[in-house]
Ligand binder design. Sequence first.
Ligand code: UN1
Length: 509
Amino acid sequence: MISKEFKSILPEPQSFGTSTGLSWFGNGESLHSYSPVDDESIGQVTTSLWDDYETVLATAESAKRIWADVPAPKRGEIVRQFGDKLRKHKEELGKLVSYEMGKSYQEGLGEVQEMIDICDFAVGQSRQLYGFTLHSERPAHRMYEQYHPLGIVGIISAFNFPVAVWAWNAALALVCGNVIVWKGSEKTPLCTVACQRILAQVLHENKLPDGISAIVTGNSAVGQWLANDKRISLLSATGSTKMGKSVATTVAARLGKVLLELGGNNAIIVTPHADLKMTIIGAVFGAVGTAGQRCTSTRRLIVHEDIYERVKNGLVAAYGQLRIGDPLNSHHHMGPLIDQDAVQHYLTAIEQIKQQGGTLLVEEGVLTGEDYASGCYVKPVIAEVENHLPIVQTETFAPILYLIKYTGEVAEAIAIQNDVAQGLSSAIMTTNLREAERYLSHNGSDCGIANVNIGTSGAEIGGAFGGEKESGGGRESGSDAWKAYMRRQTNTINYSDSIPLAQGIKFDL
Ligand code: UN1
């Protein structure tokens, strides 16, 4: 039985409710998790009713006072212990990610590694929650700024990164002194429970309250509870642009804070100066990694006419070698899509490509047979298209790579790249310094992430992660992304015996 393989990260029996005593919580109906790998049931989780939600929020409210009083480096120590536990459970959790979500085991391990990395990063950050000191215009005055915890941070994450994206938010939010309430994807509820359980163990071992980290389970209605709730000081949401617009509108109505990490329509520009071997590897991994279900997946390849045929032939040859199947088998490059709905989206998109005048370069279709019994395995495709086609302008969460030709200078390719609503990740393949610098200049890529000679996906945690335009504008993970999880305060202190006003304004009594 597959469930036994996860026994040290998932509680037994594989059904979770209030009886477990830890802060996964729900008296609602059961949410069954079926693996897209083989359609086996992995377990079930009870969803949160409104009362459960209220209980979780009340627990979070009381825990937030305790946690904010813990000195930041000591909070870092808790996150360090969490990272250590993740190291211990890396294989098991990586395997659960792969089995419940369908990405390759290597990518499942990579996700857990991202969690470990962000914990390490956050531990260091816990001693560096710096504000500036400033020079006052008034004599004998001092100014500085401080960063204080926000309170409760809500996290909504998507199925495609069921553990890492939560960890980016959780690790930073925690060292910044916030408590966290997480709604994971209803497509990967066991990954959510496993992560919560590992963190809850660390909190228990340190005699800290449960409410520092809690989960709520359910569909978008539960997400809307978080969005509507003024006790949630910051709502960090990862998912589709549609979801982001809905969450952002609701939170804006109460003037709350959001951190949005939404869809992408990521392109790689391939110039005549590109190293084509690197280009093919980068593009294929970007397009078929996680079966094209990353927000950073490579969707478009914008290739110069001089090398177009070579790139096209190289890609078709590479796609011919791709092995699709059980993602836990290291022989396979690509696993299944998340579920049957995703397969329908893939099929509909392919119909639209054809209707709108695109040409498929390799065979499309759903794989059948004993090894593909879940019905979620599809053939990755490449389609020759023009950038303006409505289907190309849309993010389809599937392994569909669009091939687009450009003819002139790199500026033309950049214009094509930027001519979409999204602005998450982007890359250029070139060994020409002028082209690379032009691409990274203010006139270049309009995306939050712009790379040279690597693909669009697989960002390291050290950089700030996020995009512009309909990709949401938020920044998570590294650099100074921590500032989003704190409230900023400017302090002016007068140590003189008079009270001069700023701007030299006179006011005598
Ligand atoms: C996402 O798809 O939501 O850059 C996040 C990457 C990963 C994160 C993707 N590190 O591909």
